[in-house]
Design a protein around this ligand. Structure first.
Ligand code: ATP
Ligand code: MG
Length: 421
């Protein structure tokens, strides 16, 4: 019979990979919590309508990437392709957003039916943050400063910040007219997708990756030159904070989102280390969304980062996660030694909850057990034989350094093990 395989584009993360994932997740979590963000968890499955309304009907995600199915009672449900929709839905439904400021973060798997390739999967993972109730450039800047701190702490170099402003909905509507006129003048250069979007979502045409359209897109009128006064001021405020903090950026007029509820700031952290899948973190302001979903109008800004791409950067940069190997591997020798060894192991764990101690299970002779001890990656083997039990000691054998061994009183083990890295 043929073995069952994982679904295409959905990865197992094996034990040799998870320490680096944990290092990334732990680092990000400690930073966001240090900035005062609180964690929120919401379901992996939501009503399909939610994503249609938040992400927009005329987007890659909703047009062709969603995992949508009918529930047994006929409701259309979708595996979440991103986190903002569920976060906003939960915020409105549970009264988190009303007349208050919220700084929230979330983490977890997302699902998009895309063509799997390096940096692009069908189940992937994001950590995202969303801030509700603040409309100034200060919080936009703080999100960017916080993300810059992730890269510093993780040792990720080679990422650059791209910035744009989408202006107000009104300024964008006016610009949209100018852009559509320009695109119509170059209709023969538009590919099929662009022609389809000309009416429904023309701004997204600027984001096209089709090489044959690049020159025409470069020459298109720029949204940045059509900003309303308030958005100009907001953008200047943001840049002033980034300049003062020494965070460099490049203005990218092609950084756009097509939908009306986006406003002002958009940004992406990009790298050229990952080939075509170069965006590791993308964010922006979506002041109109909460109101559009039925909540009281509430300004909002957030970002999401793709963990697969960040892990790839860590791997490429040779970043080593903190060791998760055991400090010690405990072996029992002699008739009836096992209960005493396991009792000793529990006492050692009681005394130091941070101790990583593996006990040998599965029997076997001294040589076989030593082999397992070595393979576990432990710093030392602890050997409890008949003689050691009789005189209350343990033989400690160094597995990594000189390979020497010594006899230690059991009562001194905890202090000794705490000295191991
Ligand atoms: P792209 O242009 O690469 O398709 P996107 O605009 O669809 O990205 P967002 O919806 O902004 O991406 O998601 C935020 C981040 O999540 C991306 O910058 C990326 O790091 C990551 N991401 C998005 N889709 C995938 C995927 N299919 N596989 C892995 N990571 C992804
Ligand atoms: Mg995409």
């Amino acid at each position: 019979m043929k073995n069952i395989q994982a679904v295409r584009g959905m990865n197992d993360l094996l034990p040799e990979e998870t320490p680096l994932w944990r290092h990334l997740e732990d680092t990000v979590r400690s930073v966001v919590e240090a900035y005062g963000f609180e964690e929120i968890r919401f379901p992996i499955v939501e009503k399909t309508e939610l994503f249609k309304r938040t992400i927009g009907e005329v987007t890659d995600i909703v047009e062709k990437e969603m995992y949508t199915f009918d529930d047994r009672n006929g409701d259309s449900l979708t595996l979440r392709p991103e986190g903002t929709a569920g976060c906003v839905r939960a915020g409105i439904e549970r009264g988190l957003l009303f007349n208050q400021v919220r700084r929230l973060w979330y983490a977890g798997p997302m699902f998009r039916h895309e063509r799997p390739q390096k940096g692009r999967y069908r189940q992937f993972h994001q950590i995202g943050v969303e801030v509700f109730g603040l409309d100034g450039p200060d919080i936009d800047a703080e999100l960017i400063l916080m993300s810059a701190r992730f890269w510093r702490l993780l040792g990720i170099e080679d990422v650059t910040l791209q910035l744009n402003s989408l202006g107000s909905a009104e300024a964008r509507a006016a610009y949209r007219g100018t852009l559509v006129e320009y695109l119509k003048d170059h209709f023969e250069l538009l590919d099929e997708e662009a022609r389809r979007r000309l009416d429904s979502n023309p701004l997204r045409i600027l984001d096209s990756k089709n090489p044959e359209m690049q020159a025409m897109i470069e020459a298109a009128p720029k949204l940045m030159e059509h900003l309303d006064a308030e958005s100009q001021e907001h953008f200047a405020g943001l840049k002033a904070i980034l300049d003062a903090a020494g965070v460099g950026y490049a203005i990218n007029p092609r950084l756009v989102r097509g939908l009306d509820y986006y406003a002002k700031t958009v940004f992406e952290w990009v790298t050229d280390r990952l080939g075509a899948q170069g965006t590791v973190c993308a964010g922006g302001r979506y002041d109109g969304l909460v109101g559009q979903l039925g909540g009281k109008p509430t300004p909002a800004v957030g970002f999401a980062m793709g963990l697969e791409r960040l892990v790839a950067m860590l791997q490429e940069g040779g970043v080593e996660p903190p060791s998760a190997a055991p400090h010690a591997y405990l072996m029992a020798m002699g008739e009836g030694g096992l209960p005493a060894a396991m009792a000793l192991a529990e006492r050692l764990r009681d005394a130091n909850p941070a101790l990583r101690l593996m006990t040998h299970c599965g029997g076997g002779g001294f040589k076989g057990q030593m082999k397992k001890a070595d393979k576990s990656g432990a710093r030392v083997a602890l050997i409890l034989g008949d003689e050691e039990r009789a005189n209350g000691t343990v033989t400690v054998k160094d597995l990594r350094g000189e390979g020497g061994q010594q006899s230690l009183e059991q009562g001194k083990l905890t202090d000794y093990l705490a000295t191991l890295p």
